[in-house]
Structures are given as structure tokens and as C-alpha cells.
Design a protein around this ligand. Structure first.
Ligand SMILES: Cc1cc2nc3c(=O)[nH]c(=O)nc-3n(C[C@H](O)[C@H](O)[C@H](O)COP(=O)(O)O)c2cc1C
Length: 172
């Protein structure tokens, strides 16, 4: 549905006390969005519900970031990240997201919940060039090897800093 949307340089900023909440089924199909999620996405609730969550994916985001997200949450763990999203009108908005799995009584994953808060400006400034490097490596590697190439940029950075991914995110 978002195919054809041109990203613009218009930024929408989250307010300090905003929480953008969405829920998906186990496959990433949106099953719920709070009013602020709907507002920031620029889509109607009817357009969002039943759509893949990549409907708001921004082309500046490296694929390896989402691979790490899915690997983490599918293994039952929580995931934190700074994410650049794209609204229906092509504008962008940065969020600090926390995604958690939803379990049933048998501990099977039945879906996921994401709560996003206003990101720290300095953190966005710090992570943006990392994502740019990951994206450049992904583009240079070509579609088949993109995720491996993007991941390796991140892994190299973690090795240089001696931090885990989570430590890096919380150090920003
Ligand atoms: C609960 C939940 C929330 C998500 N929130 C976002 C989001 O805000 N922005 C985004 O681009 N992807 C989000 N994703 C990841 C998307 O499902 C998708 O993996 C990503 O947009 C990359 O698209 P692709 O898998 O088609 O490459 C979320 C996934 C889940 C399970």
C-alpha cells in the first residue's frame, strides 16, 4: 500500500508525553493502534488494521535492524530501538520503541506489542549515521547479501565499543 510514497524532508515530532502503541498478530499484521499511532502514521484506522507493520517502514532504515528485531522478539525477548518511520504523506518521525511478545497460557507467542516514546535528540543524532552506514553496506552488497552486510556493520561497531546491542542503545 505504501509503494509509491515519496519520502519527504518534513519531520513530525513526538511530544514528550506521547505513547505510540500498536499491536500485531504473530505475523506482524496490525491488530490495534492507539489514536496517537493513527495520528502519526497518517493512515486511517481501517487502512492500518489488517496491514503489515511495514506500512510505515522508512526506506532510510536498514534491513538488518528489522532482522535483529524479529530474531529477538521471536525468541521471546523484548527489543529496544530507535526507529525512523514514514507517514502516509512521506513525512518522517523518529521513535524510541520497545517491542514485547504477547504469550498465551502455554507460552506460545500470539502476537507483539510495541510502545514508542519520544526519542532523545542526541540519541537520534548518534544512531542516524550508524543506520546510514548499515544501509550503504546493504545497498553495496545487493539484495541477497544485504542483511548480512548490514549486520556486520553493527557487529563491528559493537566489537569496537565492547558493548552489547542493548548496552549501545541505552548508552545513546
Ligand atoms: C509490534 C511490532 C511493531 C513494529 N513497529 C514497526 C515500526 O514502527 N516501523 C517499522 O518500520 N517496522 C515496525 N515493525 C517491523 C515490521 O514488521 C517490518 O519487519 C519492518 O517494517 C521491515 O519491513 P520488511 O520486513 O517488509 O522489510 C514492527 C513489528 C512488530 C511486530
Amino acid at each position: 500500500m505504501k509503494r509509491g510514497i515519496e519520502p519527504t524532508t518534513v519531520e513530525r515530532k513526538m511530544r514528550e508525553d506521547d505513547f505510540i502503541v500498536s499491536k500485531t498478530n504473530a505475523k506482524g499484521i496490525i491488530t490495534y493502534g492507539n489514536p496517537i499511532f493513527i495520528e502519526f502514521s497518517g493512515y486511517s484506522e481501517a487502512e492500518l488494521l489488517g496491514s503489515q507493520h511495514n506500512i510505515i517502514r522508512h526506506p532510510d532504515m536498514p534491513r538488518a535492524a528489522f532482522k535483529l528485531a524479529w530474531d529477538t522478539i521471536q525468541s521471546g525477548r523484548e527489543f529496544f530501538a530507535y526507529v525512523k518511520n514514514m507517514a502516509k504523506d512521506g513525512s518522517y518521525y523518529w521513535v524510541f520503541t520497545h517491542i514485547t511478545p504477547d504469550f498465551d497460557a502455554n507460552r506460545q507467542i500470539v502476537g507483539y506489542t510495541s510502545v514508542r516514546r519520544c526519542p532523545k535528540a542526541q540519541a537520534v543524532k548518534a544512531i542516524e549515521p550508524v543506520y546510514q552506514q548499515m544501509l550503504a553496506a546493504e545497498r553495496a552488497a545487493g539484495a541477497r547479501d544485504a542483511i548480512a552486510a548490514g549486520t556486520s556493520v553493527l557487529v563491528d561497531l559493537l566489537q569496537q565499543t565492547g558493548m552489547s546491542y542493548e548496552e549501545l542503545v541505552f548508552s545513546l
